[in-house]
Ligand binder design. Structure first.
Ligand code: BES
Ligand code: ZN
Ligand code: ZN
Length: 501
């Protein structure tokens, strides 16, 4: 898609659809609050938008759409007014979603050339709003259709951004940043949506390596022999039931080559398919377990964005990847595995495989002296029960790091909720015959999983993001299709920019 800024007036911009916003009225008041661009459109249309909202046809509630045919009063063929919700509830997240909803609608109705008028009365800084709207637009137009024989041509080819009266240079920068972040998110979505018969651990490594070449990152792939040499017993154990060999992917970005600080580590769970193994999962919904590499995809996407945004710090991505399959060679309940740092884990359920491969990656990260370490994983069903599909569970041994992630999340339009790591939860993961028991049972299962990971981070500052509920949506939304969300990519990139300051 070709994205360009234009200083043209709303009346003059030639396009299939012009997207403008309108906020709902404050509680107790009537009518909608029009942005300056929407107001200009309203005037050109002799007050049609104001009239429609006075009639109650359009209330400006979040994601609501009003389509108008200007009949030659504007150069645009159509105007799509999108509701932004109540003024005090407008956030970067809601702007992204409004923009995504509008663009998806325009795309469905066959528009190719779009114009988007930026908002300046949302209470959100103009430059941040510009970034959010562009992100939303590019995230909204995303579809995964490479395997559909009937490719339709409903594609947006051009997006013109009307800047209004804002600081054009800063807005231009924000648009560029939004584009980088959205493209990285869509890369993660492509990886997650790719079926597990093509996206094997080897193919995930190939994709990471291709991306690294494109943006100038260092890339190293460890094969099974090297993994065995490093004594990564978790990754070897989980992968032994599959004919697909495991890989350990390393991507390095050196934004502070002079620094003695080893920098940030991003660790992503890369289970390309989680059948549960010998403790096999029920059939219903098992197909969604192609998305069990959502953490890995988020980290790969984030590294692409980081390479393009160039924060002044070093960042290393570590991705353990394999398949979890049942077979005669699978690991079993009752087995004991030895992780890279020497600690032993008693296996009780082969479906709790993510913590085992992450244990090796976290051991590797702390041995390298990397800090802080952030891991992302579609780790537990427990976090889906606790937080649903709205918020990602955030576990951390460092309060400042927690605050940084929450702040980065707000900038990214992604929600995180702090979860506990109290020592009392360790009772549940005591083993009689090994250092750690692999599963703490049904209660607080997302917490006990995080407690297991904590054993492998040594002295590093560390945060664990359980994205099991947020990485994949099982039904379509107005702002995105069913499937991968790409959650985590934008938060990690914003975090790297913050930590580099
Ligand atoms: N990959 C799953 C977790 C998951 C659940 C991801 C739902 C996405 C959506 C993980 O490997 C798993 O199976 N966890 C089990 C562990 C249990 C058997 C101890 C869980 O949380 O139910
Ligand atoms: Zn599992
Ligand atoms: Zn899993």
């Amino acid at each position: 898609m070709d994205i360009q800024i234009t200083t043209q007036a709303v009346r003059e911009v030639v396009c299939d659809a012009l997207l403008v916003g309108a906020a709902a009225s404050k509680t107790g008041e009537t009518g909608v609050t029009l942005s300056p661009a929407t107001m200009a459109v309203d005037e050109l249309l002799n007050g049609l938008i104001t009239e429609r909202s006075a009639e109650g046809e359009f209330k400006g509630s979040s994601g609501e759409l009003l389509t108008i045919h200007p009949m030659g009063k504007l150069a645009a063929k159509r105007v799509i007014v999108v509701g932004l919700g109540k003024p005090d509830a407008i956030s970067i997240r809601s702007l992204q979603r409004a923009s995504a909803t509008a663009i998806r609608h325009a795309q469905k109705t066959g528009a190719h050339q779009l114009a988007l008028a930026l908002e300046s009365n949302t209470g959100i800084d103009n430059v941040q709003a510009a970034q959010a709207l562009v992100e939303g637009a590019l995230l909204g137009q995303y579809t995964f259709k490479k395997y559909r024989s009937s490719q339709n041509d409903k594609e947006i080819t051009q997006l013109r951004i009307l800047t209004g009266s804002g600081d054009t240079a800063k807005i231009e920068q924000a648009i560029h940043k939004g584009q980088i972040l959205a493209e990285a998110t869509n890369l993660a979505r492509d990886l997650i949506n790719e079926p597990p018969n093509t996206l094997t651990p080897g193919e995930l490594a190939n994709r990471a390596s291709t991306m690294a070449k494109q943006v100038g990152l260092e890339c190293e792939i460890f094969d099974k022999e090297k993994i065995a040499e490093l004594k990564m017993g978790g990754l070897l154990g989980v992968s032994q039931g599959s004919i697909e060999p495991p890989k350990f992917i390393i991507l390095r970005y050196r934004g502070a080559p002079q620094s003695t600080d080893k920098g940030l580590a991003l660790v992503g769970k890369g289970i390309t398919f989680d059948s549960g193994g010998i403790s096999i999962k029920p059939a219903a919904g098992m197909d969604e377990m192609k998305g069990d590499m959502g953490g890995a995809a988020a980290v790969i996407g984030a590294m692409q964005a980081i390479a393009r945004l160039k924060p002044a710090m070093n960042v290393t991505a570590l991705i353990p990847t394999c398949e979890n399959m049942p077979s005669g060679t699978s690991y079993r309940p009752g087995d004991i595995l030895r992780i890279m740092n020497g600690k032993t884990i008693e296996i009780v359920n082969t479906d709790a495989e993510g913590r085992l491969i992450l244990a090796d990656a976290l051991s590797y990260a702390s041995k390298e002296g990397l800090s802080p370490i952030i891991d992302l994983a579609t780790l537990t069903g427990g976090i889906v029960v606790a937080l649903g599909h709205t918020m990602t569970g955030l576990f951390s041994n460092d309060e400042l790091l927690t605050d940084e992630i929450l702040a980065a999340g707000r900038l990214a339009g992604e929600k995180y909720w702090p979860m506990p790591l109290d020592e009392e939860y360790s009772e549940q993961i005591k083993s009689d015959i090994a250092d750690i028991k692999q599963s703490g049972g049904r209660t607080a299962s997302s917490v006990t999983a995080a407690k297991i990971l904590e054993n492998f981070v040594e002295n590093a500052k560390w945060a664990h993001l359980d994205i099991a509920g947020t990485s994949y949506v099982d039904s379509k939304k107005s702002y995105q299709e069913k499937g991968a969300t790409g959650v985590g990519v934008r938060t990690l990139a914003e975090l790297a920019l913050r930590l580099a300051r």
